[in-house]
Design a binder for this molecule. Structure first.
Ligand SMILES: [Zn+2]
Length: 410
């Protein structure tokens, strides 16, 4: 397996390159500034890939990552998993990364919106690559002793066009082939073009030759860590403790990035409030887990002018888009030692008042309920009596907080 997690710093553009520059268009970015704060060397190393991957376990992990039976009906997950493993092997790329990329780009749904200019499960940018595919070969160049050396990859199994990119099984073939090229070329691209610092060749999937932001690779690498976690069937990730009470991560695929930290002032000089918890970057629908053993004290929402109200999951679905308080649908759990944890802006919850939960139990999913001006994320709050405490202090081992890591970047 070829896995080069090089650190690619910006360098001056070298002489002209002997190919038509690849420029990715319509890249989906939500938290650009936050990612620009984190230098590649601030991230822990990514977990290595696994050898001799078990097809059935990989299939189950893919199905769970993608959203279960609803998104992966029938034998779809088995078909996709088989194709991912075959083509990862064929082109020597990491199957967990391929699964993550497919999840990130399409939620594993092959049908794409009509206005989409990228195709299929992995949203292949056909215009970007078409000039480089000729006579069944992907032509690319690498640097060898300062000279551009032509290489070509045999991709003659399928033609390259938008229909083949859109069809799931041929999409998976082309996804592996293109990733192979970017893995092989990434060091040379870092020499030839100015790059926003990034960690992984998958960044080029989005941007082409010149990477402009590290957010997309963070999304993919987070999904990859989730995929590895599901493959290994791990529900509980130790994260720290609160005065001796063991805590586990509320989100999978750690470490997870902090979007807004505790105590952050929101509003104008005169009016506003400090942030009462920590916001974690998260994807719509991903599972939220109880951070410790405890008992659910609340599952519902705040009703404007009418206090808080417990809701069943069915009622919650009806209230998801409002009118409800700023925390949206939320769950509160009381733990030993007086700590209470709150999980806000949920899309769904699957627990009810008085229910006992164990650390790592799934209690609901990430959403954006009650969040009027932001996308999906998890607002996590820790309360002790009337006091709020900073969850990031106690969960530090599983968080990446740009403000803590690079305080001068403010
Ligand atoms: Zn928040």
């Amino acid at each position: 397996m070829l896995l080069a997690f090089g650190v690619h710093m910006a360098v001056a553009a070298a002489d002209r390159v002997p190919w038509q520059r690849r420029i990715g268009k319509n890249v989906d970015i939500h938290h650009k500034k936050q990612h620009e704060r984190v230098r590649p060397d601030m991230w822990p190393a990514e977990p290595p890939t696994l050898k001799d991957v078990n097809v059935a376990k990989f299939t189950d992990a893919l199905k769970f990552l993608c959203g279960g039976r609803e998104r992966m009906p029938g034998d779809r997950s088995a078909k996709y998993a088989g194709a991912i493993l075959d083509n990862a092997d064929r082109f020597d790329v990491d199957p967990f990364l391929m699964a993550a990329l497919i999840f990130d780009q399409s939620r594993c749904l092959p049908k794409q919106p009509d206005n989409e200019t990228r195709y299929g499960l992995s949203r292949i940018d056909v215009d970007m690559h078409a000039p480089h595919v000729r006579n069944g070969r992907y032509i690319y160049f690498i640097l060898d002793n300062g000279e551009w050396q032509k290489r070509d990859l045999d991709v003659s199994a399928f033609p390259f066009n938008q229909w083949k990119a859109a069809h799931p099984l041929t999409n998976i073939f082309w996804t592996a082939a293109i990733l192979h090229v970017f893995y092989a070329q990434s060091a040379a691209l870092a020499e030839a073009f100015p790059q926003t610092p990034h960690r992984h060749p998958v960044s080029h999937w989005f941007f082409g030759d010149n990477v402009r932001n590290s957010e997309p690779e963070d999304r993919v690498l987070t999904a990859r860590r989730r995929m590895l976690q599901y493959y290994q069937d791990v529900a509980v990730i130790p994260a720290g403790d609160y005065n001796g009470l063991p805590l586990v991560s509320p989100l999978d695929g750690v470490p997870r990035m902090v979007l807004d930290d505790f105590g952050y002032w929101r509003g104008t000089k005169r009016q506003g409030h400090t942030h009462q918890g920590v916001d974690l970057v998260a994807e719509m629908d991903e599972p939220i887990r109880a951070v410790a053993d405890g008992r659910v004290t609340f599952a519902g929402a705040d009703m404007p002018g009418a206090g808080s109200r417990q809701l069943t999951p069915e009622e919650a679905a009806a209230f998801r888009d409002g009118p409800i308080g700023a925390g949206g649908l939320y769950v509160a759990i009381r733990h030993e030692g007086g700590l209470r944890s709150y999980y806000m802006h949920m899309d769904t919850f699957i627990v009810a008042e008085r229910q006992e939960v164990k650390a790592g139990d799934i209690i609901g999913t990430v959403g954006r309920s009650g969040a009027t001006d932001s996308g999906a994320h998890l607002h996590l709050e820790f309360r002790v009596g009337e006091e709020r405490v900073d969850p990031a202090v106690f969960l530090a081992p599983v968080l990446v907080d740009p403000k803590r890591l690079a305080p001068t970047a403010e």
